[in-house]
Design a binder for this molecule. Structure first.
Ligand SMILES: [Cu+2]
Length: 424
């Protein structure tokens, strides 16, 4: 019985996934995933990756035939890495585990390793390209010089438990005096394929974003400079087809796999040039380039819809105060609008135009008239007690909403408050 149990344990820990970029605590051939955590066992020889404050670092993991789920990345000082809670309170971000996005290549939580995992010399430079088994992280500016442990945690595909993997980073050049208190949850990547067993909420349970500075002089957004070449672009997160449960199909899938000269050292010699992704365009099918929607709007592409204008003649207010408050890490937005009417009207419309989808969940002194399919244009009308407007009357409107907490705050492009005449 004991023998059987042991055998089961050994098979249970083979395959699955771990961090391959930067090299983890265990880079040995045939190692398995680790479900004990907070880190896998570390060998006698400690592998350290050297980075400086402000660097970008490629972080990748083996697909091992799996698809869907998330990866939580956290960073703590060496010595604090034996305790789960320390990682929970120092989360960097939650990103997609990945899946093969090519047509028909992913089914039932699996794809053929390496799936569409990026090769060495390529890196993720666009937050909407997050399904390829890697990401890059920003090394915070406010950490005292020393050794830190980067933790990977994922319950990919249909796995019911988390897998853990850690890497040792020597961080220098930080300014510990920078103040960067954060209270919210860590941002979650956009557009991830879900895992089938463990929901996102389990990755977020008891967590808090770490007090990290991502700008040289304060809080900042950790992915604002994602196009910057990471310090380890040569790192190939795929390792080899030997890890695939379908070795032959893996070899067919990506012939370049066999060119990896030292399969067990993920820090490969980069044979080609570092290949940053193509410059964003208005036709690439990705919401990038400051676009408002996919391939439209923003400073570089054509407008997604006709920009709203408020006809001066229809304006019925003299003074409009508009305050918006954004809780970036929680994905929450509040707007308070207060205005003073300058002439009388029997009915009115208040419209809010946003540069990113917001779902207004609560509003006061008004009712919803319409919203566009992108959740970016919202039109509200009066409640019975705010319908008739007299000169000098003050009207207060309130809106509470939610948005995707992917590190980007929505902004009001414009708003309009006009008289409404139904026969027009
Ligand atoms: Cu598995």
């Amino acid at each position: 019985m004991k023998c059987l149990l042991l055998l089961w344990l050994i098979t249970a820990v083979t395959a699955h996934s771990w961090m391959s970029c930067p090299p983890s605590f265990d880079t040995s051939p045939g190692r398995g995933g680790n479900i004990v955590g907070p880190c896998e066992r570390e060998g006698k020889k400690k592998i350290v990756t050297n980075v400086k404050a402000g660097d970008r670092l490629k972080v990748g993991w083996t697909s091992n035939n799996h698809a869907g789920g998330w990866v939580r990345l956290a960073l703590v000082p060496d010595g604090q890495h034996k305790v789960y809670e320390h990682f929970e309170k120092n989360v960097l971000k939650i990103v997609c585990y990945g899946h093969d996005e090519r047509r028909g290549k992913t089914s039932y939580g699996d794809c053929v390793h390496p799936c569409n995992s990026r090769k060495g010399c390529e890196y993720m430079a666009n937050k909407y390209d997050g399904n390829r088994y890697d990401t890059t992280i920003k090394i915070p500016y406010n950490l005292p010089e020393g050794v830190y442990i980067l933790q990977y945690m994922s319950a990919m595909s249909a796995h019911k438990t988390f897998y853990y993997s850690c890497a040792r980073l020597q961080i220098s050049g930080g300014k510990p005096s920078l103040p960067c208190k954060r209270t919210g949850l860590a941002p979650v990547a956009y557009g991830c394929m879900k895992g089938t067993a463990v929901p996102l909420s389990k990755y977020q349970e008891n967590t808090k974003m770490g007090d990290f500075c991502f700008s040289p002089n304060g809080l900042g957004d950790q992915d604002a400079d994602m196009r910057k070449v990471p310090v380890n672009p040569e790192c190939d997160q795929r390792i080899t087809c030997q890890l695939s449960v379908q070795y032959k199909r893996c070899m067919e899938e990506d012939n370049k796999m066999k060119d990896i000269t030292n399969a067990w050292d993920p820090k490969q010699v980069c044979t080609g040039e570092v290949k940053p992704p193509p410059e964003p365009t208005c036709e690439d099918g990705i919401k990038n380039n400051g676009e408002q929607m996919v391939d439209c709007g923003g400073p570089n592409c054509e407008a997604c819809y006709e920009e709203p204008t408020e006809p001066i003649d229809d304006r019925i207010y003299s003074d409009l105060k508009y305050n918006e408050k954004v809780l970036l890490e929680r994905g929450m937005m509040e707007v308070r609008a207060s205005l003073v009417a300058k002439k009388s009207a029997d009915d009115w419309r208040f419209a809010i135009f946003l540069d990113k989808p917001v779902k207004w969940t609560h509003f006061w002194n008004c009712k919803l008239i319409s919203v566009n399919k992108f959740n970016t244009i919202w039109t509200f009308g009066p409640m019975p007690w705010t319908k008739k407007v007299k000169p000098g009357q003050k009207i207060n409107l309130g809106f509470n909403g939610k948005f995707e907490p992917d590190g980007e705050a929505p902004q009001t492009v414009t708003k309009s408050f006009v008289e409404y005449k139904p026969d027009e």
